[in-house]
Design a protein around this ligand. Structure first.
Ligand code: BTN
Length: 274
């Protein structure tokens, strides 16, 4: 099997036949495209979504030259040491109904990692994946609305598999990678197949019931559930309160001295209060 050498170790390259083999009976459900280098798998797939790329197209890249994170941030990755992909999912729903989708995606990611034997993975609202409060993966969802009854989401996932020191130094927050938290070496092809399987289950469920049946599970995984947090980015300067849960549209619910407030996805930054 072809391999690339990075991080002073041999890394298994992304390989379509390995991904299809790991997907088993689900293989025909996905249209998988592997790119060596791309600006951003999300940017690429958003362009393709507008020109009729099929439902469940997955674009995965060995490297990105302009990887994007949430809130306009850059996404730092290592060729061979990160898993970076985007999945196009078409919905028979108006785009306004996709608000809580990113929380469902977080549930799918935790399930996939648990299935691979990686435990203690938590979520930070709306959908960062953490391991002992260090970031393991992030999600960038972009949507488009075609009519009142159809829309699509491009779900971009970046997962740290084996970060080198240079990448860690570039990232302005506490990070970790699967190589540090897993007892076994990670094959990105098998990891991608596990993620696609669980995404397919959750994204289909979301179309039927929104977050209704996923909400309790999401709150079980929330690293900040019932914790005191400080929120910035709302109209008010900075406010402090206790996380009491999430609403069915994915909004975060916070109890403050002035009453309960709702924060919508994308609006705020959240930190634990000391
Ligand atoms: C975040 O945590 O801020 C979100 C990070 C999302 C990164 C992934 S990597 C694959 C896809 N392509 C991108 O440009 N971004 C997402």
């Amino acid at each position: 099997m072809a391999a690339i050498s990075a991080l002073n170790q041999t890394i298994v390259r992304l390989d379509a036949s390995c991904i299809h083999e790991a997907l088993g009976v689900l293989t025909s459900d996905f249209n998988i495209e592997i790119l060596d280098t791309v600006d951003s798998t999300n940017t690429y797939l958003m362009r393709r979504a507008n020109t009729h790329a099929p439902h469940a197209t997955c674009v995965v890249a060995e490297s990105q030259t302009a990887g994007r994170g949430r809130q306009g941030r850059e996404w730092v990755s290592v060729p061979g040491g990160s898993l970076m992909f985007s999945l196009l999912w078409r919905y028979a729903l108006p785009v306004s109904r996709l608000a809580g989708l990113s929380l469902g995606v977080g549930v799918a990611m935790v399930r996939a990692l648990n299935e691979m034997g990686i435990q203690s993975v938590m979520l930070k609202w709306p959908n960062d994946l953490l391991h002992h409060h260090r970031k393991l993966a992030g999600v960038l969802i972009e949507t488009g609305g075609e009519s009142n009854t159809s829309s699509y989401a491009v779900i971009g996932i970046g997962m740290n598999v084996h970060l080198d020191e240079a990448a860690r130094a570039e990232i302005a927050q506490a990070v970790t990678d699967l190589a540090s938290v897993s007892l076994q070496p990670i094959d990105r092809n098998i990891l991608l197949a596990a993620l696609l399987k669980h995404l397919s289950i959750v994204l289909t469920e979301f179309e039927k019931n929104g977050l209704r049946l996923l909400r309790d599970e999401w709150m079980q995984y929330h690293a900040y559930q019932n914790k005191n947090v400080r929120i910035s980015g709302l109209n008010q300067a900075q406010i402090q309160g206790t996380v009491i849960g999430i609403a069915e549209d994915g909004a975060l619910l916070i109890r403050t001295e002035a009453g309960d407030i709702r924060c919508s996805v994308g609006e705020i930054s959240l930190r634990l209060a000391e």
